[in-house]
Write a protein that binds this ligand. Structure first.
Ligand code: HEM
Length: 491
């Protein structure tokens, strides 16, 4: 099988920097900014090689793919996640996102109705309340020069996810030192180090390092917190059932409109005979991890882009003035009206996708629509960063920040996979509508109150230094300045 793999690999172009024996491993020893830079570099090299590039990492064979036709096939047929994801399983076990396909199928089926638009739009009031808190927190920094927006944005998304997923107000925005938040940040950082630093990968070695103790403490904190919430929810449901035995407990989405994901998962999986407490914890933690940093990153990049291009920010503000005639809280009907803001967010997700690449495993040889063959046993890195910036599909000004490319009359992509910040196919992001609502609510609330100021970008091609930290994040922690809008109480 290995000989077969080597033979097929040799038929495809590889990067110039490959060394015998170690392949490209020497290219990934730098910090997370250097690693992201390499990944971008391979994506561009991949574009030059007709959309597919191979590379060895030690003994493991990987392919980078940016051809949208090929990507569609990979995302449809290769559903198994790469082994690198095993490090995150120490926290979320078999939670949907990285679970083996055999477990994932059932869990996805249960999760789909919980994310139906009818359920998700009922969370908008949570996003609006949390955005209001965010704006209050930001007032401490407005008019006081540059500051890092990241701690404000990530606590906004964590508070929103915790309230909608488990119904608990953890108040991370007011208490950024909360043990759960600290544990989540620390564990994600350690997992990222393990993914990219080969020497931290063997379990036996990792267990004797000082980092291991902290790793276990973080897991304990996160599991303990979630377990307590689940136990109290079980008791609440039991009490409810005892007090109203005559009520029909059959599941009805309409009746559960105001419920959290935890309520929905208990009911959709079959109530007392459904998910065990461990399965519930795995699913809840998956949603927390999948939904927190991703949306915060998207808000951060969009704010920085608007700071760099004030004329685009003015247009967003204009639209906000038209939709909000006074200083009221956002309601779900407003979101549909914010069409320009939506184009801005989509364009920001195109140039700065929070998940810049997805890695899947090839279990059987596959022949791609472009004719290339990926051998069984290899890994495929689907480069979202690459496909979003390929001039072949986005034109010669592919790297220009131009929200109007999403105008219905201009947006006519040949391939669905040319734009896929939320991935594509059966394992795509289940939370994309939730994410867009949360992002638009936060941005519209911030931008009604404040003007974002950055050094304006002379070039139409925005440059932001980025690193890979599970998600792709700005190196500077989303540094910007805020200035209060003069007519803040009456827009
Ligand atoms: C801007 C924000 C977000 C981005 C860019 C994003 C991106 C992604 C991507 C690219 C994947 C697919 C990975 C793959 O194909 O292998 C994914 C999966 C997933 N996302 Fe998101 N996501 C975002 C927000 C959210 C939110 C808010 C939630 C939940 C509250 C969420 C829950 C999930 C889950 C559960 C999966 C796993 C789906 C499965 O394997 O069946 N995401 N996300």
């Amino acid at each position: 099988r290995r000989r077969h793999m080597v033979k097929l690999a040799a038929a495809l172009p590889g990067p110039r920097e490959e060394l015998p024996g170690i392949g490209l491993a020497h290219k990934f020893i730098g910090d997370t900014e250097a690693i992201m830079h390499q990944l971008q570099h391979f994506s561009y090299e991949c574009m030059e090689n007709d959309g597919v590039l191979r590379g060895w990492l030690g003994n493991t064979l990987f392919f980078v793919v940016v051809n949208p036709g090929d990507l569609e096939m990979v995302l449809k047929t290769c559903l198994e996640k790469d082994d690198l994801h095993r490090f995150i399983r120490t926290v979320i076990g078999n939670g949907g996102i990285f679970a083996p396909v055999s477990i994932w199928r059932r869990r996805r089926k249960i999760l789909v109705p919980a994310f139906s638009p009818k359920v998700v739009e009922n969370f908008v009031h949570v996003f609006a309340e949390q955005s209001d808190k965010l704006v209050k927190q930001l007032s401490r920094c407005s008019g006081k020069g540059k500051f890092q927006a990241w701690p404000f944005l990530s606590t906004y998304t964590l508070d929103s996810v915790c309230e909608t997923a488990i119904g608990v107000k953890i108040n991370a925005q007011e208490n950024p030192d909360s043990p759960f938040l600290r544990a989540m940040c620390d564990i994600l950082n350690m997992i990222c180090k393990r993914i990219f630093h080969l020497w931290l990968q063997p379990d036996w070695l990792f267990k004797i390092l000082p980092m291991y103790k902290k790793h276990q403490e973080c897991i304990h904190t996160m599991h303990n917190f979630t377990d307590r919430v689940i136990e109290s929810k079980r008791e609440e449901l039991k009490r409810e059932k005892e007090s109203k035995p005559e009520v029909d407990h059959e599941f009805d989405l309409g009746a559960y409109k105001k419920q959290t994901f935890l309520d929905l998962l208990i009911h959709l999986s079959g109530g007392e005979r459904g998910y065990s407490n461990v399965e519930l914890r795995e699913e809840v933690l998956t949603l927390t991890i999948a939904g927190t940093d991703t949306s915060a990153v998207a808000i951060g990049f969009t704010l920085q882009l608007l700071g760099k291009y004030p004329e685009i920010q003015d247009k967003v503000y204009q639209e906000l003035c038209e939709v909000f005639e006074d200083d009221r809280m956002l309601v779900k009907e407003d979101l549909m009206k914010l069409k320009y803001l939506e184009r801005v967010v989509k364009e920001s997700l195109r140039l700065f996708p929070p998940v810049p690449l997805i890695i899947r495993k090839v279990l059987e040889d596959i022949t791609l629509p472009s004719g290339r063959v990926l051998p069984a046993g290899s890994g495929v890195a689907c480069s979202i960063w690459g496909v979003h910036r390929d001039p072949r599909y986005w034109g010669p000004d592919a790297e220009r920040f131009d929200p109007d490319r999403f105008l219905p009359e201009r947006f006519n992509l040949e391939h669905a996979c040319s734009y896929m910040p939320f991935s594509n196919g059966p394992r795509n992001c289940i939370g994309y509508q939730y994410a867009l609502m949360s992002i638009k609510t936060a941005l519209s609330t911030i931008l009604r109150k404040y003007r974002v100021i950055m050094d304006t970008e002379e070039s139409p091609y925005p440059y932001i230094r980025v690193k890979i930290d599970i998600m792709m994040k700005a190196v500077d922690g989303y540094e910007l300045r805020l200035e209060r809008r003069e007519r803040d109480h009456h827009i």
